[in-house]
Design a protein around this ligand. Structure first.
Ligand SMILES: O=C([S-])c1cc(C(=O)S)c[n+]([C@@H]2O[C@H](COP(=O)(O)O)[C@@H](O)[C@H]2O)c1
Ligand code: NI
Length: 489
């Protein structure tokens, strides 16, 4: 959701006026709201569908700009695979996110759309999850004199329900999204839910995403993941994040900035205040933490594209933008990793599948069980979790909370992930995502996402084994063959 005040968050159903401290979602409203109102760019007000809400209109008077080129998104369903477009078959690329002025979900979405992600594909992905509920449009604005793209996320539903993390996960699972988009979006929400759970002292499954806030957040998160997919981004890193300072006011009363959910999400990342106000929102921080593998300055790269996404507020002293710099895919590198392990002999076996799924959703690179024979001849399991070092604290906590172990041991490891990318191939008229692994510029692995093959087999009423073979043949016919050069732009 937006980093800005309730004005840009308030949906069409909001009855609150500009002085209200809480919007229709019951969510927070920053203290420097009044300042934001007077400075919000008129472009926030304009969109091609005349869906401007009253708040956005109220502060437009002095700031109208001729250069608003808002482009309405179409609601066309791009394909049977939501969120895919012709950009998807480009070779892997690395995206570096500059969050040195802060980050919010809609800012990152604006930056990716500005870098060339297809708005129709993004809208199709969001529609697949929450049909007819959110309309995304964009328009050009200026922030401290810099041109930027503002993503407007307009909630259309009159009476959206409260949603738990579990219900959002089910919606993502059922949406027919490309597997990478579904998995990334799910991982972002898992992180958000885990952070809110820790802040409020409740179980992650009990965290509620409130009404409008949930729809906004779904659109931001799914939109960002679909945009990355559309741009062919295969790896992400990000700068240190400016989180802001001061206080904000909302559903939890007066909260210190950075707000508690942001501090929870930021654990293990480099942050700085960077200026007054709520510069990083929970959704923005969760996106950075789930998508970006490393906190770093811009890595050496040949730049392909740059996108600038606007926040709602325009401050004269600091451009309120997120930038995304897209460059060539990274060469294969060896990375630090940790292996967390525990031997468990007394967990109800029906709980294990949920444990493994939960660990993966929380950011583990892999999680598995090995049957062992323990002391006193007891049949048991070793739970192994491979992860990036910064994910270890949350994963350790998850293991303690979801299994019966009394301890977790860990050992440092090194791992070499292949440079990978997703390439769509048409099989029986349906696009299936293939995961392609490349080494030293050549394809070494070609495999369709099995769940998509299984779905196609169900749809065609044919055995999975046959459709899998057909999919591999289609990939080979499309030139995706081990030994060939990796796909290029
Ligand atoms: O609604 C809840 S539970 C909530 C919790 C917190 C905590 O830090 S805890 C913060 N907020 C505020 O909501 C808005 C919207 O955030 P998005 O990430 O959805 O954009 C923001 O001002 C948060 O500080 C809400
Ligand atoms: Ni909260």
């Amino acid at each position: 959701m937006s980093q800005t005040d309730a004005n840009s968050r308030a949906d069409a159903s909001s009855q609150t006026d500009a002085s209200s401290q809480t919007d229709a979602s019951g969510r927070a409203d920053v203290d420097d709201r009044a300042d934001a109102n007077s400075q919000t760019d008129a472009n926030d007000r304009a969109d091609a569908n005349s869906q401007t809400d009253a708040n956005d209109r109220a502060d437009a008077n002095d700031h109208a700009e001729a250069n608003d080129r808002a482009d309405a998104s179409s609601r066309t369903d791009a394909s049977s695979h939501a969120g895919m477009s012709s950009h998807a078959d480009v070779s892997g690329r690395h995206a570096w996110i500059d969050a040195s002025a802060g980050v919010a979900g809609d800012m990152l979405l604006g930056a990716l759309l500005d870098a060339g992600a297809d708005l129709t594909a993004v809208q199709a992905a969001v529609d697949a999850v929450v049909p007819g509920s959110v309309l995304i449009t964009t328009g050009e604005v200026t922030r401290a004199g810099l041109r930027a793209r503002k993503a407007h996320v307009r909630v259309q539903a009159d009476d959206p329900p409260h949603r738990t993390w579990a219900s959002i996960r089910t919606m993502l699972d059922d949406a027919g999204l490309p597997v990478s988009v579904r998995d990334q979006a799910s991982a972002v929400f898992a992180r958000l839910a885990a952070a809110e759970a820790r802040v409020h002292g409740v179980a992650a499954e009990d965290v509620h995403f409130h009404e409008v806030g949930a729809l906004d957040a779904i659109a931001d998160v799914v939109g960002v993941c679909a945009a990355l997919h559309d741009l062919g981004i295969t790896s992400v890193s990000a700068s240190p994040v400016a989180v802001g300072s001061g206080h904000t006011r909302g559903a939890h009363g007066r909260l210190p900035v950075p707000v508690p959910a942001v501090t929870e999400l930021a654990l293990g990342w480099t942050v700085l205040a960077g200026g007054p106000g709520e510069l990083a929102t929970p959704t923005g921080m969760a996106l950075i933490r789930s998508l970006a593998a490393t906190c770093e300055d811009l890595p050496p790269t040949t730049l392909h594209a740059v996108g600038v996404g606007a926040g709602g507020r325009d401050r004269p002293d600091r451009a309120n933008v997120v930038r995304v710099l897209i460059g060539a895919a990274r060469a294969t590198t060896t990375q630090d990793a940790l292996l967390l392990e525990a031997n468990v002999d007394d967990l109800d076996p029906r709980l294990w599948p949920g444990v493994l799924t939960g660990l993966l959703e929380l950011g583990a690179d892999d999680a598995w069980l090995v049957p062992i024979l323990m002391k006193k001849g007891r049949p048991a399991h070793t739970l192994s979790v491979l992860c990036a070092p910064d994910r270890a604290p949350a994963l350790r906590t998850f293991v303690f909370e979801h299994t019966s172990t009394l301890g977790v041991r860990e050992s440092p490891r090194r791992k070499t992930p292949l440079d990978r990318q997703f390439v769509p191939v048409t099989v029986d008229g349906v696009r299936v995502s293939f995961k392609i692994g490349c080494h030293e510029g050549r394809i070494v692995q070609v495999m369709p996402e099995f769940e998509e093959v299984a779905a196609l087999a169900r749809r065609l009423g044919r055995p999975e084994r046959v459709v899998l073979q057909e999919a591999l043949s289609a990939a080979a016919a499309a030139g995706l063959v081990p030994g060939r050069r990796k796909p290029t732009n």
